[in-house]
Design a protein around this ligand. Structure first.
Ligand code: 44T
Length: 839
């Protein structure tokens, strides 16, 4: 018996362990990671005592092998390896985080987030996991959840309507799209006998379960992780319910599929409706829906900000599969908007009438004629709605309302030379296809004649200016030449598809960011002039003190600098027209790394329209596949005269891996060559903004009807708010703008990662956020700001966990940290900590 307790020395086993360990190390040295991994697995399974000793090398081997498997597309093997690793090291946050990264890259966002979350719980200040988690948090829990939960009025109205219905006898309730469970909890609190809730997002479902438990309703509300359309009686709920509550509506009302959900609910989940013939049926035996119905409104507007993001996209896009609208908060649009008509009633819909719901999509297109009341260009039809919770109470999402809601924007491309004016009538067609409401402004009636709007080149359209070049309206000149070129192309080839609709809003705004493009053009021209000068000096007097790059080809004759082109490479990740700008300079051979075929198509058409010779612009990625073309690429590595990096994303953050790219790019530049931009400088300021707080986290229990929801959903709070429109943010400035840090792309070693910045408060208040933006320095003289009226960039803001009270004259220390993670990738995140210093 005694012997059993003493670990038996097993020489054979020991021998195996030590031989395997040796093999593992040898394989690792030979970079045979697959075999090394197998050996390590064997060693650590046989001799767990070695775990501490070998954990570092084991991890290293795992990550190397996983990367190999990833690039080989052996996904199953990859995840098997991680499973095996986690059996050995179940609470190793580095392995868990890394597995999350693989999951994320493969598109399993929920699972990835779960891993990042777990890694963070194991090690709360593990920067990689934190950054990863913040990156997915926005996807998992959309930011509007915070807004809606902070919207007291909305919560209160829903609660009242539910309470009235339950007290009136509706005692079995289904909450469709429960989110955090709030409406279901209202029903339970109001005394409903049975409450069911469904939620299709896994993260939100799990959150709802936590919230319901925390509010002592565990087991009293049955929450299902499914789409309501998949629910059946009695499989998922025992019998039909008397009340459905739902707020599955988006800014365009129908975008979350409420019509389909309610048709299904009436056919499968709800008791039959209260019939008009026999109104005596008790409410517990009849079905009804909160909200009871909705009224949709529309209004024609002129709005430059919308135009920048959509022109020249036409509203008559033939693609039915996509949402026909974008969303904006009209009241917060930079530059505002001009109503061109009064709000009009576009649709009335009764959610308690299943025949009406079913008939909606097959309903005939209706035409309305709207008197034009304002003067201006028609840029969009804005749409909002009233949600009738019951007979008495309704919520409005209108632009004049004090609401968290955005409006749906149906962009319209009208000819720039045809402003509407009072006295005109706008003819709008309203239809419902694919359960999306579609609004299309088709024509204008003026002086007894009708002018169709979907045809820019209609010769019948009266012209009040000579054309794009002589445009009398200065605001229209803000649209880049390129843009009008694009518009012309689109209409010239009227037989072809209107493929300029392939650009997204932000891409369209980029195209319209003329100051940026002009600045780039000037900066590049300067560089080329300098290089030309250098070449002409170098030519005849090679080696006279000037550092000359070794050339493999013999240089051209001394008197003739030769037609050697300047090579320019644009490695922007998204859409970019800078390669085209470069190509249009002459004597430049530009390469674009734009990947999407539609982007390439747009660039080609723009090149054609702007007279750029075909051979001046090439697509890098197409060439990588085409060996013949590869041969024609610059043969020497250090040949690029300029490399263009897009360093700031539209959302207002520095692009990931920027510094790594800059380091690489620097190695490829010819002498005197340049990276564009050469430097970016980050600016920020102290502000007090309650709006930003409301969009970042649920504030206490009061707005959420006294339910304990905030701590749960606030786990998904992120410290940096992106896509901010700083020019219209409701806030008080509490300081001037200050320089926060500099990223020098021409010299990455010069960059620091931590910096303390002292900021003096210019007014008293509570610092709740530090919005930030960038000055992008193309060269010493020329720069553009990402916080600028014409910018396609939005801004971002660090939202402080704890507002900081300051008095005028106080100094605040901002600890700005720039995470540069030097592990396979370099990425940058910013955290900021505001410390109140002295008075
Ligand atoms: N956002 C509004 C739209 N769901 C609200 O998974 C207003 C946007 C908005 N679950 C700024 C401001 C605002 N079965 O969690 C979601 C969703 C779920 C379903 C089960 C179904 N058939 C569905 C359909 C949706 O319902 C939840 C709410 S959808 C509300 C959308 C504040 N930007």
């Amino acid at each position: 018996l005694r012997n059993r307790r003493v670990p038996r020395e097993d020489p054979a086993r020991n021998e195996l362990v030590s031989r395997s360990l040796e093999s593992a190390q040898q394989c690792l040295f030979n970079q045979d990671y697959g075999t090394a991994f197998v050996h390590y697995l064997l060693v650590l399974n046989l001799a767990p005592v070695l775990k501490d000793f070998a954990s570092e090398s084991f991890r290293f081997t795992l990550f190397k092998w996983a990367d190999e498997l990833d690039s080989l597309g052996r996904i199953q093997d990859l995840f098997d390896c991680y499973e095996q690793a986690l059996e050995l090291f179940p609470s190793d946050e580095v392995i868990i985080n890394s597995m999350g990264e693989h999951l994320f890259r493969m598109g399993f966002r929920d699972e990835a987030a779960g891993h990042f979350h777990k890694a963070l719980k194991l090690k709360p200040d593990y920067p990689e996991a934190k950054e990863n988690f913040y990156r997915v948090a926005n996807w998992l829990v959309e930011r509007w959840h915070f807004l809606m939960l902070n919207d007291r009025r909305r919560n209160h109205k829903y609660q009242q309507a539910i309470q009235k219905a339950v007290e009136g006898g509706c005692n079995t309730v289904l909450d469709i799209g429960t989110g955090t469970g709030i409406l279901g909890m209202c029903a339970k609190k109001a005394g409903a006998a049975e409450v069911y809730a469904c939620e299709l997002s896994k993260t939100m479902y799990e959150l709802a379960c936590e919230v319901v438990t925390a509010n002592g309703m565990n087991g009293r509300i049955k929450i299902l992780h499914m789409k309501s359309l998949e629910m059946e009686v009695p499989k998922d709920i025992p019998k039909r319910v008397s009340l459905v509550v739902t707020e599955t509506v988006d800014a365009g009302l129908f975008g979350e599929g409420i019509i389909e959900s309610l048709i299904h609910a009436w056919n499968h989940l709800l008791l039959p409706p209260q019939s008009t013939q026999d109104p005596s049926r008790p409410p517990s035996q009849a079905g009804r829906v909160i909200p009871a119905g909705a009224t949709v409104f529309g209004m024609a507007v002129q709005c430059l900000e919308i135009r920048r993001h959509h022109s020249p996209v036409s509203c008559s896009s033939e693609d039915d599969s996509t949402e026909p609208y974008t969303t904006e908060r009209l009241s917060r649009l930079p530059g505002g908007y001009t109503p061109l008509t009064e709000p009009f009633n576009a649709l009335d819909i009764d959610f308690n009438n299943v025949q009406e719901l079913e008939g909606l999509c097959s309903r005939e297109v209706s035409r309305v004629r709207l008197p034009v009341t304002g003067e201006g260009l028609l840029d969009a039809l804005a749409v909002w709605f009233q949600l009738h919770l019951d007979q008495q109470s309704s919520l409005s999402t209108g632009p004049k309302e004090d609401t968290c809601w955005e409006q749906a924007i149906y962009p319209i491309q009208t000819p720039h030379n045809f402003p509407l004016r009072p006295g005109d009538e706008l003819i709008v067609e309203i239809s419902c296809r694919d359960a999306y409401l579609r609004l299309c402004s088709v024509a204008v009636a003026r002086d007894g004649r009708e002018f169709r709007l979907d045809d820019c080149l209609d010769p019948d359209i009266p012209r009040n200016n000579p054309g794009p070049s002589g445009n009398p309206n200065p605001s229209l000149n803000a649209e880049a030449e390129l843009c009008s070129a694009l518009a012309c192309l689109g209409t010239e080839q009227s037989s072809g598809p209107r493929d300029y609709t392939m650009l997204e809003c932000a891409e369209m705004a980029l195209l319209n960011n003329q100051p940026y493009h002009d600045s780039f053009r000037r900066a590049l021209a300067k560089l080329i002039t300098n290089l030309k000068d250098a070449r002409s000096i170098q030519g005849p007097s090679k080696g006279q003190g000037l550092e000359v790059m070794p050339l493999t080809d013999p240089p051209s004759g001394p008197m003739d600098p030769g037609p050697d082109p300047f090579y320019v490479l644009d490695v922007s990740e998204g859409f970019s027209v800078l390669s085209l700008m470069a190509a249009s300079q002459g004597q430049v051979k530009a390469y674009s790394s734009v990947e999407k075929t539609q982007h390439q198509a747009v660039l080609r058409r723009l090149a054609m329209a702007n007279g750029v010779p075909e051979e001046a612009l090439e697509f890098w990625l197409n060439q990588v596949e085409d060996e013949q073309a590869v041969l024609q690429r610059p043969s020497r590595e250090k040949l690029w005269s300029a490399i263009i990096l897009d360093c700031v994303e539209t959302c207002g953050l520095v692009r990931q891996k920027l510094m790594e790219k800059a380091t690489l790019a620097r190695c490829l530049l010819e002498d005197g060559g340049q990276i564009f931009p050469e430097r970016i400088v980050l600016y920020g300021m102290l502000v007090e903004s309650d709006t930003l707080l409301l969009e970042s986290a649920v504030q206490g229990q009061e707005p959420t009807l006294g339910f304990n929801i905030a701590p749960f959903i606030n786990q998904f709070t992120v410290p940096v708010h992106v896509f901010l429109d700083l020019s219209t943010l409701q806030c008080r400035h509490l300081s001037d703008s200050v320089e926060l840090f500099i990223l020098d792309l021409m010299n990455t070693n010069a960059n620091y990662t931590n910096r303390d910045v002292m900021v003096q408060a210019s007014a008293s208040g509570r610092v709740t956020a530090v919005p930030f933006w960038y000055q992008i320095h193309l060269n010493e003289e020329i720069s553009v700001s990402t916080f600028n009226q014409d910018s396609h960039w939005k801004q971002a803001a660090v939202v402080l966990h704890q507002p900081l009270a300051v008095r005028e004259g106080d100094w605040v220390r901002l600890a700005v940290t720039l995470y540069i993670l030097l592990d396979e990738c370099i990425s940058i995140t910013m955290t900021m900590e505001a410390v109140y210093i002295y008075k």
